[in-house]
Design a protein around this ligand. Structure first.
Ligand code: ADP
Ligand code: F6P
Length: 355
């Protein structure tokens, strides 16, 4: 018989992302509309282990959709990866009467959700990370805001670059994924983008800058993904000055783009995914992650989503594909190809149009 939910939990884990608060609000109010109470689990899995848990009523989630960060706070909790930590977390769920949890975070958070699911606590994941590096969804909550902030900051840099006829090499976050770099480079009219997914020719970049300068271009913006390594962008900036004669400065935006008021897209995605996650949970679905595909929300088994992710990142482990049919593997491969093609096309557009 389907589980009857009376009380669910919601937690945020891993790196925070603008739009998480919209999702929390939506979880709480959607659950209430079904007569289900929501408990806020503070500090991610750490709070689940130590019982830092408090009820969230309709007014507790007012006036927060417009704020970045997460009102539930976040944490990285190594103890949760141990069997002892996991057992403590399960005991807390039982003590608080929590039947299911909506977990907001990235792939690490979903691995934790799987571990809980297989031990009887229903879990539904919502992909929240500015990196957009959850392959199963076209967009993660937080990516749009972070990328818009990145564009705005690049616009500021361009003003001063233009006045001084300089180049600015900008390193942006994204961990090993070049999504923020690629989208921001296109949307800010950058001269070049350097990201782990696409080959880069230093000599072609130098030649492009020399030629454009000869043809009268004043400012140059080169966007580099942090996945290239922390020494790459500062070194590239120095090389540009030396090889082209165009004075270059280096800027690292770092965590600043992880904050700020969420954009329309992130508020909408947070609200939609929060509601969808609760409805899936109440339909007794578990061990799934909510994904946006072609503007539709769908749910995907977390195991499938994590393997798809490893396939895209070239990190498949022995036996990863064993549980899946040939059709499923072909579908995963096609999915990865589409994502690779999208990122490559954005980088190609920068090369062609960023003149
Ligand atoms: P993200 O969710 O953004 O990928 P992390 O990788 O830091 O962030 O993961 C968030 C938390 O999820 C970790 O601190 C840990 O508590 C939990 N977690 C991560 N990996 C696992 C795992 N393999 N098994 C169980 N829990 C995990
Ligand atoms: O995953 C989000 C992210 O901001 C990455 O872009 C970055 O590499 C990392 O988290 C930074 O982590 P921390 O907040 O632990 O410094």
């Amino acid at each position: 018989m389907a589980k009857q939910f009376k009380k669910i939990g919601v937690l945020t884990s891993g790196g925070d992302a603008p739009g998480m608060n919209a999702a929390i609000r939506s979880v709480v109010r959607t659950a209430l509309s079904h007569g289900v109470e929501t408990m806020g689990i503070y500090y991610g899995y750490s709070g689940l282990i130590r019982g830092d848990i408090h009820p969230l009523g309709v007014r507790d989630v007012s006036n927060m959709m417009n704020h970045g960060g997460t009102v539930l706070y976040s944490d990285r909790c190594p103890e949760f990866k141990t069997e002892e930590g996991m057992q403590k977390a399960i005991a807390t769920c039982r003590a608080f009467g929590i039947d299911g949890i909506v977990t907001l975070g990235g792939d690490g958070t979903f691995r934790g959700a799987t571990d809980l699911s297989v031990r009887g606590i229903s879990c539904v994941g919502i992909p929240c990370t500015i990196d957009n590096d959850i392959t199963s969804t076209e967009y993660t909550i937080g990516f749009d805001t972070a990328t818009n902030t990145t564009i705005q900051l690049i616009d500021y840099l361009r003003d001063t670059c233009e006045s001084h006829s300089r180049c600015n090499v900008v390193e942006v976050m994204g961990r090993n994924a070049g999504d923020i770099a690629a989208y921001a480079a296109v949307a800010s009219g950058a001269t070049a983008v350097v990201l782990p997914e696409v080959p880069f020719s230093e000599e072609a970049l130098m030649e492009k800058i020399r030629t454009s300068r000869r043809l009268g271009k004043h400012n140059f913006i080169v966007v580099v993904s942090e996945g290239m390594g922390s020494d790459f962008a500062p070194a590239l900036s120095q090389k540009i000055t030396k090889a082209t004669g165009v004075e270059s400065r280096f800027a690292r935006f770092a965590h600043v783009v992880r904050g700020g008021s969420p954009t329309l897209r992130d508020r909408l995605l947070g609200t939609r995914m929060g509601a969808f996650a609760v409805e899936q949970l109440l339909e007794d679905k578990s061990n799934i992650v909510v994904c946006e595909q072609g503007n539709q929300l769908v749910s995907m088994d977390i195991g499938y989503a994590l393997v798809l992710d490893r396939m895209y990142k070239g990190k498949l482990k022995d036996g990863d594909l064993a549980p899946f049919t040939e059709e499923q593997i072909a579908s995963m491969q096609a999915h990865c190809e589409r994502k690779r093609a999208l990122i490559a096309s954005l980088a190609a557009s920068v090369d062609r149009i960023g003149l």
